[in-house]
Design a protein around this ligand. Sequence first.
Ligand code: S3P
Length: 451
Amino acid sequence: MTAIVVHPCEHPLVGSVPVPSDKSIGHRALLFAAICLGKSRIKGFTGGDDNRSTAAALRAMGVVIDEVGSEVTVTGNGLFGLRAPTSSLDCGNSGTTMRLLCGLLAPQPFESTLTGDASLQSRPMMRVIGPLRSRGARIDGRPHPKKADDVTGPLVVHGLPSGEYLGPLEYVSEIASAQVKSALLLSGLYAHGPTYIREPMLSRDHTERLLLSLGVPLSTMGPIVRLDPSTWNGQMPAFDLELPGDPSAAAFLVTAAQLVDKSKVVVRDVGTNPTRTGFFEIARDMGAGIATEPHGERGGEPIADVHAWSAPLRSTRIGGELIPRAVDEIPIACALAARANGTTMIMDASELRVKESDRLATMALVLRAFGVSCEERPDGLVITGKEGAFTPARIDSRGDHRIAMTAAVMALAASGPSRILDVDCITTSFPKFIGTLRALGARIDVEAVDG
Ligand code: S3P
């Protein structure tokens, strides 16, 4: 296990840095390439362990995936080109891998088992299994230890006997979840009949963009998506895609620039798809120094350089449609709130309780450890900004990458060194996080810890 000691910044953070490739788009690019026909090239692939879990699962089903530097070549054999895996598919820490694979594997003519680490095997899976079962899928899970009526991994996806198909689906989802939506759309590629999904609010739409670019007959209207394969020949051509930088990773650097006085940071080539920019909008509402310099598109997704500089912050209210557009950035938005003048309310965010950790509970502990006053509510947090430096803290990340990185960023603005335990998880999404902060001028020591 690794710990880091983060020293308070004595100088501004300055520089221009890249971030890893977008994790969400990376998963989708790999999965779709695996069922396209021919060799797809995914460029700028610098994502972390979560993307590697998806690649490993596909390799275990016979998909040839070659990596040279940051370019990945995937040889797809069409919708029915996957082979039965000979052992269970380990999704690691990645909820996206497990949930999207449910949708892809449910219509296959073979059985597969999906496992993951302890955190993943405590996450609710009925949200995908329920609607998939209603169109004929056979998937079993382990009863969820804490949620009656829910299940968690390991999951056994039985597949379909020859001559059986998934049926049509009309699904009104109670949660805005791109993982649920994408799993259902993947299953819809194989179904006899249309797939109609309505979310309460639009979640990230990378799946829709990619499928449309591959000629799949799909239409969208706000939070409604419909896929009707009846007029489709069931083939997707191989593609070339250059991945944008991950806006979720950029959020940590933008926040670091706000917390360390006189900082000036540029994050290059960041994806600015509007379904992902909630955090940047929150930061701007709070008075943060932030500007985007758009420069075109990458793989059908807008990209921009994000300029961030320290500025006085004020409190805000975060809720409603901003939540799905900033769902992974709420922990780091708490760090802005911790520094803002006034009391920030975070509402409508109960989904955070079922992420890699219960992020509302974990963030409440982190904030208090840094001397920031915080009230935990069932669906959010009430955070009163602290004047002056944070109290040096000792934080256990609980294996959650976004908690570990949030704590590291807050530690830059503490009055003495802080220790963050269990930081290996950072490689899930941002393998070069510590190196990037160091390149901007931060002082961080890495320590190996027994056990
Ligand atoms: C993701 C969707 C989000 C997000 C996760 C990645 C995706 O989950 O939290 O980190 O790639 O589809 P939900 O859409 O289920 O909230």
